[in-house]
Ligand binder design. Sequence first.
Ligand SMILES: Nc1nc2c(ncn2[C@@H]2O[C@H](COP(=O)(O)OP(=O)(O)OP(=O)(O)O)[C@@H](O)[C@H]2O)c(=O)[nH]1
Ligand SMILES: [Mg+2]
Length: 356
Amino acid sequence: MSSDTYDADTVARMDELQESEKIAAIMRAARPQVSVIGVGGAGCNIVSWVKEKKGGISGAKLIAANTDATHLSIIKADRRILLGEKTTRGMGAGGYAERGAEAARESIEQVKKDTSGSNIIYVATGLGGGTGTGASWVIANALRPSGALMIGVVTLPFAVERFRFQSAKDGLQKLKSYCDTVVVIDNNRLAKVAGDLPLKEALGVANELVGEFVKGITETITTASLINIDFADLRAIMEKRGIAAIGVGEASGDARVERAVQMALDAQLLDIKDATKAFGVLIHVSGGDDITLDEVTQAGEMITRSLPSKARVVWGARVEPALQGKVRVMVVLTGVESTFAAEKSGSISRMIRSRS
Ligand SMILES: Nc1nc2c(ncn2[C@@H]2O[C@H](COP(=O)(O)OP(=O)(O)OP(=O)(O)O)[C@@H](O)[C@H]2O)c(=O)[nH]1
Ligand SMILES: [Mg+2]
């Protein structure tokens, strides 16, 4: 039926409808596809926490990959991959990173298939064990040709696990060379910020932090937010940037923005050489629906004032109903040098001394 059978109003409404459908379709196509792959026990626990406690991530696929079949069987995810069925027979890598790497090689086609079409891939893992340490870099390396922005998110072992430091460090060096950016969280610093918790609870805090980080950043890109983060901007500060450190602060009541910002700046969760040398800064502000744009702007200004003027700043803000009355600020510094990653091999004792 031709449009001249309708009156002018109807035609105008049809045009508008067509236009908004077109905009919606373009928006959907422009929205980046995101995959989050948790590798090893810790990585899978992080993914499972997001899936179970947070109902997943809007616009992202949650994948759990482990060599340990028993552990994998209790994990919640959109997709679960048993790595290296022949190599480890579902029994884990027993702390051997080389076995973890071999297992990942064996199952790499499945990993590629499940992440295909992604524009952003997060590889989340707890460094120090066999699977996460060995498989994460093999996976990042294999997925690199896809052209996706590859972001590693890793934790470093606790001081009580010092026998795992060298392996974690080797794994981090490799992962760093295959990812655009690796966000590194030192469990020891995290535990301090969280108030010296028993190990099990501290692990829970680590899962939560990594989970919130990945979910917060992703949804500020993929869904309509107070201030959206543009994928191209994110790429600009993350692409080929090496190590990133993160700081988190949360406050309610009087001067909540100032206090949350100060906390996030003071408590970087990685020992870095010089924050003022950061290449880029990602600022993420969230709060209950009582958060105002003024507060968001105030947070951004406070952070940029305390950092070098040449640093590139990207920021976004989201309303999260669960944060009613509170403001949460995340500051990610990209392109920094980490003391842990920079330590020369063979100087573990010095490293331990400086960390304990
Ligand atoms: N965030 C977080 N970290 C954990 C958790 N469990 C262990 N870790 C940390 O992650 C490191 C690696 O442990 P796992 O993830 O259990 O090891 P894996 O990669 O499964 O390696 P294998 O068990 O040897 O195959 C540990 O040294 C801890 O520092 C967890 O549930 N959450
Ligand atoms: Mg394991």
